[in-house]
Design a protein around this ligand. Structure first.
Ligand SMILES: Nc1ncnc2c1ncn2[C@@H]1O[C@H](COP(=O)(O)OP(=O)(O)OP(=O)(O)O)[C@@H](O)[C@H]1O
Ligand SMILES: Nc1nc2c(c(=O)[nH]1)N=C(CO)CN2
Length: 163
């Protein structure tokens, strides 16, 4: 039996009815065996990060308890993305999508394997992930960086706002 681990998932969407998609994605995750959704952050409207020539995103974070391994959890996330008809034009990094699920934190694990990096390598520099993370886990720590609250304090935040 795997122990139960607390994990945080980042949800994002900027195509279609993004807020609806996020609500449905949380439901879909909660119905998977080995995953219990404990809390969901507020939803935020956030300007696109990385590639700015695309619509604003809606972002949120879900706090889960899971008995799945990190690899199995990531596979579930990718399956839910596919279920929601994620549209990812070939080879486009950081482009628009109907649903993006990122494994942000898995307990205090540090994992660096092909196709699986935890904590999520961009978490500490993305206000759109850190701000909702602090809603569900105000004391969150990012292994290798320290308090999530400290990471957020140096970022530009004026345009991250709850829906
Ligand atoms: N912690 C993680 N969470 C989600 N995907 C991860 C993680 N670590 C590695 N990956 C890999 O990254 C791939 C997802 O790439 P994707 O195209 O969604 O990147 P992106 O969403 O454009 O950029 P970013 O990962 O910076 O948000 C997945 O196939 C997965 O194997
Ligand atoms: N605001 C915002 N920007 C992004 C997001 C996201 O979820 N929110 N996801 C991306 C994919 O890596 C790239 N840029």
């Amino acid at each position: 039996m795997m122990p139960v681990i607390q994990a945080c998932i980042g949800l994002g969407a900027n195509l279609g009815d993004a807020a609806d998609t996020l609500r449905e994605a949380v439901e879909a995750l909660d119905h998977r065996e080995g995953i219990t959704v404990r809390e969901v952050s507020r939803f935020y409207r956030t300007p696109a990060w990385g590639r700015e020539d695309q619509p604003d995103f809606i972002n949120a974070v879900a706090l889960l308890e899971t008995s799945l391994t990190p690899r199995a959890l990531l596979e579930r996330l990718l399956a839910v993305e596919t279920e929601f008809g994620r549209h990812r034009p070939d080879g486009e990094r950081w482009g628009p999508r109907t649903l993006d699920l990122d494994l942000l934190l898995y307990g205090d694990a540090v994992i660096d394997e092909p196709g699986l990096r935890v904590p999520h390598p961009h978490l500490h520099e993305r206000a759109f992930a850190l701000v909702p993370l602090l809603d569900v886990l105000p004391e969150a720590r990012i292994p290798g960086y320290g308090a999530a609250r400290d990471a957020v304090s140096v970022l530009e935040m004026s345009n991250i706002r709850p829906l």
